[in-house]
Design a protein around this ligand. Structure first.
Ligand SMILES: Cc1cc2nc3c(=O)[nH]c(=O)nc-3n(C[C@H](O)[C@H](O)[C@H](O)COP(=O)(O)OP(=O)(O)OC[C@H]3O[C@@H](n4cnc5c(N)ncnc54)[C@H](O)[C@@H]3O)c2cc1C
Length: 385
């Protein structure tokens, strides 16, 4: 028999926390499970014991959004400190500014172009013989030409995805990856910031409600679904079905931690564009909290590789093979009742934090509206396909 009103939530990341809170506020008893020993999922931050630096344990996270409701939402739980993501890249023995902007172009080509001149110049570089780009490489060559592609896009993409950019679809590079001004703010969103006490403190505040209980180090299996009137599942879709149709493809990351006395690289994120360098980037965590002072520094060298059965899934690959499998899983999920798949793993999509929160708010509201009308909730509100 179903327990009435008792909601099960799998995952104490942003998806699970936001859905849990909205339903708790509406009077539901919410039980959240997470297999890990901490809340906040992949956004988890932790103060390093040796140095006192706030570390982004699963890689760098910068909050950026155009969604005013989501911005107000996160700010109602934590003070967000002003933060602008300014990324540098080391390529062919020089340091450049990213995204590729007027400074990068002038430095790279040894010029003093003004914006219109740079635009005209890049047009002369672009390979216009490619009329219908099918691959990432063709798209990049058509947009920016061989030199900028090889210095700033080719090696990094190859390391990040573990395959040649000739095997990746053109759709990955949707827009011209170049700015014709000196704006080096990585994100072009209205709001950008960093939670003063880290993302785990933010999620802790979201979860702070008497109707919410959280069980850590507790892996949820689908046989437990019957204990709840409804389950919101932010674990991996293929994991839920015990990989019945094979594992969905993910990239995982390895972080090689090292400490440094002082300032190691002078910025939070330094990419490495050359294929001869095995890592994709180095993150120096203390630069994510410029309002704090720390003498010592904690850095992560980041390596990307294919995700194995025991690894943490980071980026969904979503190539043709994965999409075929995904369709099988989604069809299977649509046969389920009393469960909704949410979040980056449940929907097998790369989701930024703001979109994760937006979808979680919409999911909770949709659920409340449907039960008020006696309607059931579908397996997917946000289809992965
Ligand atoms: C390297 C990296 C960098 C990123 N940088 C940014 C950034 O700069 N800005 C930005 O906006 N977004 C960024 N993101 C995206 C951000 O991490 C996601 O938006 C966010 O983590 C999604 O939250 P979620 O709750 O859906 O998933 P998760 O955070 O993955 O949470 C899911 C949780 O479910 C738990 N779980 C899974 N299966 C089970 C099970 N069976 N039983 C119990 N628990 C289970 C997991 O342990 C996990 O804690 C980045 C992502 C990555 C990978």
């Amino acid at each position: 028999m179903r327990a009435s009103g008792r909601i099960g939530i799998v995952g104490a990341g942003l998806s699970g926390a936001v859905i849990g809170r909205e339903l708790a506020l509406a009077g539901h008893q919410v039980e959240i499970f997470d297999a890990r020993d901490h809340i906040a999922g992949n956004c988890h931050t932790e103060r390093d014991k040796d140095t006192g630096v706030m570390v982004h344990v699963y890689g760098p996270h910068i909050f950026h959004t155009d969604d005013t409701e989501v911005w107000d939402y996160v700010n109602s739980f934590q003070t967000f400190m002003p933060y602008k993501n300014r990324v540098k890249t080391t390529s062919q023995s020089q340091v450049y500014s990213l995204p590729v902007n007027l400074h990068t172009i002038n430095q790279f080509f040894g010029k003093t172009f003004r914006p219109d001149e740079a635009r005209a110049f890049i047009q002369t570089q672009a390979d216009e013989s490619i009329s219908d780009p099918k691959t990432f490489e063709e798209q990049a060559l058509r947009f920016v030409g061989k030199d900028l592609y090889e210095a700033f896009l080719k090696g990094y993409t190859q390391k990040q995805w573990g395959c040649s950019p000739t095997d990746l679809p053109a759709s990955i590079l949707k827009r011209l990856p170049v700015r014709f001004n000196y704006d080096d703010n990585y994100f072009a969103h209205k709001y950008q910031g960093m939670p003063e006490n880290g993302y785990t403190a933010l999620v802790d505040c979201i979860l702070d409600h008497p109707n919410i209980s959280v069980s850590l180090k507790t892996r949820f299996h689908r046989t437990q679904k019957q204990d709840f009137s409804h389950v919101f599942y932010s674990g991996s879709l293929d994991g839920y079905f015990d990989h019945e149709f094979g594992p969905l493809g993910y990239r995982t990351l390895d972080f090689e931690r090292f400490e440094y006395d002082g300032d190691y690289q002078g910025c939070a994120v330094m990419n490495y564009g050359d294929v001869s360098v095995p890592f994709t980037r180095i993150t120096e965590h203390k630069h994510f909290s410029p309002w704090e002072e720390h003498e010592r520094s904690v850095c992560y060298r980041e390596f990307s590789r294919e995700c194995g059965a025991d690894d943490t899934p980071y980026y969904p690959i979503r190539l043709v093979k994965d999409k075929e499998q995904l369709t099988q899983y989604v069809e299977r999920a649509n046969l389920e009742t009393s469960i909704t798949f949410v979040g980056r793993l449940g929907t097998y999509r790369y989701l930024d934090m703001d979109l994760t929160i937006r979808e979680a708010l919409d999911t909770a509201r949709s659920y409340l509206a449907r039960i008020a009308q006696g309607l059931s909730m579908p397996a997917y509100l946000h289809s992965p396909i």
